[in-house]
Design a protein around this ligand. Structure first.
Ligand SMILES: [Fe+2]
Length: 493
């Protein structure tokens, strides 16, 4: 009978549609554990005589032989004030203090302005640091390329940087995110790939040199080598620093008990500009982003200076001016790796509610030597006595991203917990870095790039919808076609 055949066909189609629908629902919630593990080179530091640590070319190359010419290196810059029209320029001279002046201007070789800063040095065990210079260059224009010269005579060296655009809600900008970098061949691969990305500023999520893996004088020597290693990027664009456990350097057996001694002498931050009482935690605004840096290894519970400052800083966030709210810290709140599992739980208990209330867009962390991205989830209902135990989907929650995969000498964290928890969206134990390309107030394009046999390969990418502005449906509709054409078939959050 034709009627029965038609019914059977319809029933079959209905079952098939239900199967496809249920599968697609399951796939939305199922996290992905990539089985790809890439260890391109052994996890050992590059020998000190390698060319990546070489003294700068030019007249400085003869510094060891000519007493009147001295080494000037380890150049790095960071944002110098709240809104980005200032930089702190830092460098080290090895044998004598030298000039503490920076000459700068917007034309190459024409240095119209001069700034002078402070000089510091320190000892670590029997190691004596060089003369560490920090110069605040402020009152800059937004956007132009600035050329700068440090040192004088045959010791002088020249670099450049570009200031960011003035802060504004639809200012596009591309950040890179690197963590746990170290100084191995894997680290070099990450650094070189990052420099190919076109990103304009690094958000660094802690654990810089891994110098504390050494003893006695070698600790200071490995801080020095790392400074030369990253200079190829840090002299030309700001790196926004946050501290990790490898910066603590509490080493009583060497009579070194002042936490963060090397880090604080070498890597200043603009903490005074945001009313912070410590360079360990601070905030900056850059382009269309408000970036808050927290210190995982400084007191953070209620009434501590960091807690008080953070609560005040969140009140200063103005999503009309800087729609993107980004938080950096070293220890992740959500991590499904066996390495460092639950270490962020105490920070989560104190701050997660604030992250959700303030609709933080994304939180970048390091510490775990792998890559992992969470779903939008929260566990704020858990309060010991409520009986609520598990994170649940929460549209107001940030996405948590771990980029502790810079490539340091401790190697990869290869053991993920099994089964993959529902809060974990994607995880892979490979080296790499991320980029976040903000396009306007509603959309940003995120990408994690694996180091893949000498190439950088984009593995995890998606369009990030702004947590504050994405509810403007009309605006989203207008932009939808444009974003489809630009980004193709990319996941969306
Ligand atoms: Fe760490």
């Amino acid at each position: 009978m034709p009627g029965v055949g038609k019914m059977q066909s319809l029933l079959f189609q209905l079952i098939l549609m239900s199967f496809v629908f249920l599968n697609s629902v399951n796939n939305v919630n199922a996290g992905i554990t990539s089985t790809f593990i890439r260890k391109e080179w052994p996890s050992v530091d590059i020998p000190l005589d390698n060319e990546v640590f070489a003294v700068p070319t030019g007249p400085n190359a003869f510094s060891f032989y000519c007493l009147h010419i001295f080494l000037l290196d380890k150049v790095h810059i960071t944002q110098g004030n709240y809104d980005g029209n200032a930089v702190i320029i830092s460098w080290v001279t090895a044998d004598e203090p030298g000039s503490g002046k920076v000459q700068y201007g917007t034309s190459e070789k024409k240095y119209e302005f001069t700034a002078e800063g402070k000089m510091t040095n320190y000892t670590f065990c029997n190691y004596n640091s060089g003369y560490i210079h920090h110069v605040l260059v402020d009152g800059l224009e937004y956007d132009p390329k600035y050329y700068y010269k440090i040192g004088s005579g045959d010791s002088a060296r020249e670099f450049w940087f570009q200031t960011p655009p003035m802060i504004g809600p639809d200012v596009s900008y591309k950040f890179g995110i690197i963590g746990d970098l170290g100084q191995t061949y894997n680290s070099l691969s990450t650094l070189e790939h990052y420099m190919q990305s076109g990103a304009q500023t690094v958000l660094f999520v802690g654990d810089l040199a891994y110098a504390n893996r050494y003893q006695y004088n070698d600790v200071g020597i490995r801080w020095d080598s790392w400074g030369r290693f990253v200079e190829r990027s840090t002299a030309y664009q700001p790196w926004i620093w946050s501290a990790g456990n490898h910066e603590i350097e509490y080493m009583p057996y060497m009579n070194e008990v002042i936490p963060f001694k090397s880090y604080l002498h070498r890597y200043p931050t603009p903490h005074l500009a945001c009313k912070s009482s410590s360079p360990m935690w601070y905030a900056i605004r850059r382009a269309s982003a408000h970036i808050i840096v927290l210190s995982s290894y400084s007191p953070f519970v209620k009434y501590t200076p960091q807690w008080i400052w953070f609560s005040e800083e969140l009140k200063r966030v103005d999503r009309e001016k800087t729609p993107w709210l980004i938080v950096l810290m070293h220890v992740p709140l959500y991590n499904s790796n066996e390495a460092h599992f639950m270490e962020g739980e105490s920070v989560r208990a104190v701050f997660e509610e604030w992250f959700i209330h303030c609709k933080v867009d994304v939180i970048f962390a390091g510490h775990v030597h792998a890559y992992e991205r969470s779903n939008r989830i929260s566990n704020v209902r858990y309060n010991v006595s409520s009986g609520e135990r598990y994170p649940v989907p929460d549209k107001s929650a940030p996405i948590y991203i771990i980029v502790g995969d810079g490539g340091n000498q401790e190697g990869l964290a290869e053991r993920f917990r099994d089964p993959q928890p529902e809060y974990s969206a994607f995880r892979e134990a490979s080296y790499g870095h991320s980029t976040l390309e903000i396009r306007n107030r509603t959309h940003a394009f995120y990408q994690w790039n694996r180091n893949d046999d000498g190439k950088k390969v984009a593995i995890d990418s998606f369009v990030l919808h702004n947590q504050f502005w994405s509810n403007n449906l009309r605006r989203r509709k207008l932009k939808k076609h444009h974003w489809r054409s630009v980004l193709g078939r990319t996941a969306s959050f």
